[in-house]
Write a protein that binds this ligand. Structure first.
Ligand SMILES: N[C@@H](CCC(=O)N[C@@H](CSS)C(=O)NCC(=O)O)C(=O)O
Length: 400
């Protein structure tokens, strides 16, 4: 292989030599990066056949150094001014999520385009808004911040899709006797949809909304085995044979699909709900996180300025505290919208940040001990329909 020499190799070390944004590198520079820093992944942003592509050079070093256990993972994702689109965004994000391991090199011709995957990576890793990501990139003096078309691409890519965006069709529906929210989530592309926590009394209304929006109902998902109302799942399954019911396997209830922590409930291409076990109101309570952590459906675990009671159905205040503060407050961004299963005061939606700050039971730095005492002192009357609801809900709403 002939030697490559550039007038000047641009190498911008970041994060204490964990990431290097590079331009064309002469052979010496490739060798010294590879040797000195043990590069694990190397992302190249010019076409594979570009004369400066260092893949062959790196492989030749690897052949010489037999003791080295892992090969450098090499990936080519060409970026040029003409392919700044959704495809590219998905390819880059997929790569940064699954293959990008530091120490890493991101290389183009002048270390300018190399800033694109790096800023995407930072934004995702630290849940940065576009504005914050750009401020960080400017502080790091990344060349990418000076190119308007690249900045606009980053803006489009980093701004999170939420339920108000068009990929996911979303309706919040209300049942007034039990003050229950049912959520309709549909995929705009395939028209498939699901219902979260449908209520028996409002089945016909909900199915009418599904039909009016030209959607096809696939799943009825329950966040837990409810004690205050009968789920609509059984009735809907009678009326729409293709519908399947879903509940946590820890709920001890019947359903077509039993799920657990980490499972993803999906309809169509855009509705993907990740299951987080948030027990404490009941053993089998789960929350569902939509796609990119923009929205969470918390069932009775976290309510707006409140939470589910813990005084029956295997409830535990300690467990509820751990799940909500750990997984929801601790694991989701402040901007994540909170959609509860009930509200008794006419409120419809909150955010993780709001609840962390303002929830009088679990937020504002309340300790577990304080929370346990608050829950002990609630003295709520049992739900009026508990005797009728529990046995039916254990059978997914089916009649005796
Ligand atoms: N009055 C209602 C029941 C109200 C109630 O107990 N709600 C539950 C969720 S449904 S089991 C709850 O956890 N409430 C917490 C709270 O702080 O209110 C009825 O009779 O149905």
């Amino acid at each position: 292989m002939s030697e490559k020499k550039s007038d000047q190799s641009i190498i911008k070390p970041l994060e204490n030599n964990a990431v290097f944004l590079c331009g064309d590198l002469d052979d010496l520079a490739v060798e010294s990066l590879w040797n000195e820093f043990g590069i694990q992944s190397w992302l190249y942003l010019n076409p594979e056949r570009n004369e400066w592509n260092p893949r062959a050079k790196v492989r030749s070093f690897e052949r010489k150094e037999e003791g080295r256990e892992e090969k450098t993972r090499f990936k080519v994702i060409p970026i040029d001014g003409t392919n700044l689109n959704e495809h590219l965004k998905n390819d880059l994000l997929e790569y940064m999520r699954t293959e990008f391991k530091t120490p890493a090199v991101i290389q183009c011709s002048t270390a300018t385009r190399a800033g694109i995957p790096y800023v995407l990576y930072l934004a995702e890793k630290f849940s940065l808004s576009f504005e914050t990501a750009m401020r960080v990139a400017r502080d790091m003096e990344l060349n990418v911040t000076t190119r308007e078309n690249f900045v606009q691409f980053l803006k489009r890519s980093i701004e999170k899709k939420s339920l108000s965006d068009s990929e996911v069709i979303f309706r919040q529906l209300f049942e007034k006797e039990s003050s229950t929210y049912t959520y309709l989530l549909g995929c705009a592309e395939t028209r498939e949809c699901l219902l979260i926590d449908p209520v028996l009394e409002t089945v016909e209304r909900d199915l009418r909304v599904v039909d009016e929006l030209g959607l096809k109902l696939k799943l009825c998902v329950n966040t837990h085995c409810h004690a205050d109302h009968i789920t609509g799942s059984g009735e809907i399954k009678k009326m729409r044979k293709e519908v399947k019911s879903v509940i946590s396997k820890r709920a001890g209830a019947m359903a077509d699909v039993l799920i657990d922590e980490g499972d993803v409930v999906q309809v169509g291409t855009s509705v993907k709900l990740k299951c987080l076990a948030t027990p404490g109101h009941t053993d089998g309570c789960v929350s569902f996180v939509l796609g990119d952590n923009t929205d969470v459906f918390t069932g009775d675990a976290l309510l707006i300025r409140g939470c589910g009671r813990t005084d029956f159905q295997g409830g535990s205040s300690e467990t509820l505290f751990d799940g909500v503060t750990g997984k929801l407050f601790g694991g989701l961004p402040d901007t994540c919208k909170v959609w509860p299963a009930h509200d008794y005061k006419g409120r419809m939606v909150s955010t993780i940040g709001e609840e962390k700050r303002l929830n009088p039971r679990l937020g504002a730095g309340k300790t577990k001990e304080e929370f346990v005492q608050i829950m002990k002192d609630l003295n709520l009357p049992y739900p009026k329909k508990i005797d009728a609801s529990l046995p039916r809900n254990l059978k997914c709403g089916a009649e005796e």
